[in-house]
Design a binder for this molecule. Structure first.
Ligand SMILES: CC(C)(COP(=O)(O)OP(=O)(O)OC[C@H]1O[C@@H](n2cnc3c(N)ncnc32)[C@H](O)[C@@H]1OP(=O)(O)O)[C@@H](O)C(=O)NCCC(=O)NCCS
Length: 278
């Protein structure tokens, strides 16, 4: 994806989204000097969680994720980044508490090297990012976590396609359970993605009743190492999806192309070969 423009305004107010905006922060771009101002944005609960992290990289990912949520939400509603209040649903999904009736909603994901935040209004929204280079026995994990047809599709691949298929399912499954807000309370083998068509589709077993037509899924390569999936309901082929790269509190905002035009909420061609996100 190529930078399309740079917005120098520190807190540029964007118009309310008529679609979905996905904001990405790549950790190597976050200067250590930003950590203190990011910590100043945290509420008491977030501070406690921050201090509990023992691994430096994971602690930084958590901190950057919170800064990304707070500063980005302030683009959509006139609330200072440090003033947002959140509650968690019974499965732990953070939601904006109080305030406007504007349907503003978000979902956050972070992994080694990147944080991703999806923002929209009046929908169920889930996002997941994963690092494909991480060392994992993907065939075994597929058998353990995926529906049988998904695991077979992973095992049928060869070479780099094995890992690509694995992370396609993994990110899509995570995005779906996060959009439902229920996390691992949903049975991971109770729903099954099909990647053989132009766009991912989903089917449900009786253990996980839901309606496939209410969902739209999107896959994107966001860097050579990172894969992202988005789940949104209600499904609408006309919803525009924009991607931005940002570093909280720096004024850096780059819109990444290609934006996904209406009607093309689908995965990037070439993803299975690990090709460039262009
Ligand atoms: C917690 C869970 C919702 C996501 O976990 P994850 O993939 O490790 O983490 P991500 O970085 O994608 O998302 C974490 C963020 O999701 C949000 N979140 C937490 N609970 C959530 C829920 N029930 N629904 C939606 N979002 C949730 C929070 O903002 C959280 O950020 P924080 O921890 O910094 O506060 C859940 O799916 C889980 O525990 N997954 C474990 C991994 C796994 O076994 N996956 C199998 C996939 S096939």
């Amino acid at each position: 994806m190529q930078p399309a423009h740079r917005d120098a305004a520190t807190h540029a107010k964007r118009p309310p989204p008529d679609g979905i905006d996905v904001w990405l922060t790549f950790m190597p771009e976050v200067a250590p000097a930003l950590h203190a101002p990011y910590r100043a944005l945290l509420d008491a609960d977030e501070c406690q969680r921050y201090k509990r992290y023992r691994v430096d990289g994971a602690r930084e990912e958590f901190l950057v994720g919170k800064a990304l949520v707070r500063t980005t939400l302030s683009r959509y509603r006139p609330v200072a980044p440090e003033s947002w209040c959140f509650t968690a649903n019974r499965y732990g999904r953070p939601e904006i508490s109080g305030g406007d009736d504007d349907g503003l909603t978000f979902n956050l994901s972070h992994t080694r090297g990147v944080a991703a935040l999806a923002v929209a209004r009046h929908c169920d929204l889930g996002v997941d990012v994963e690092t494909v280079s991480r060392d994992s026995a993907v065939r075994d994990l597929a058998g353990r976590y995926f529906a049988p047809a998904e695991a077979s599709y992973v095992r049928a691949a060869e070479g780099p396609a094995i890992r690509e298929r694995f992370f396609a399912f993994w990110t899509l499954k995570e995005a779906y359970i996060k959009a439902r807000g229920m996390g691992l309370a949903l049975p991971l083998d109770g729903f099954c993605f099909d990647l053989t068509g132009e766009a991912p589709t989903i089917g449900f077993a009786p253990s996980c009743p839901d309606d496939p037509v209410r969902w739209t899924f999107l896959r994107r390569l966001i860097s050579a190492e990172h894969r992202l999936a988005l789940a949104v309901s209600p499904a609408s082929p006309a919803v525009p999806i924009r991607f931005f790269r940002t570093v909280p509190l720096t004024g850096i905002v780059e819109e990444l192309r290609p934006a996904v035009p209406p009607g093309e909420a689908t995965f990037l061609h070439g993803a299975e070969t690990g090709g460039p996100a262009s």
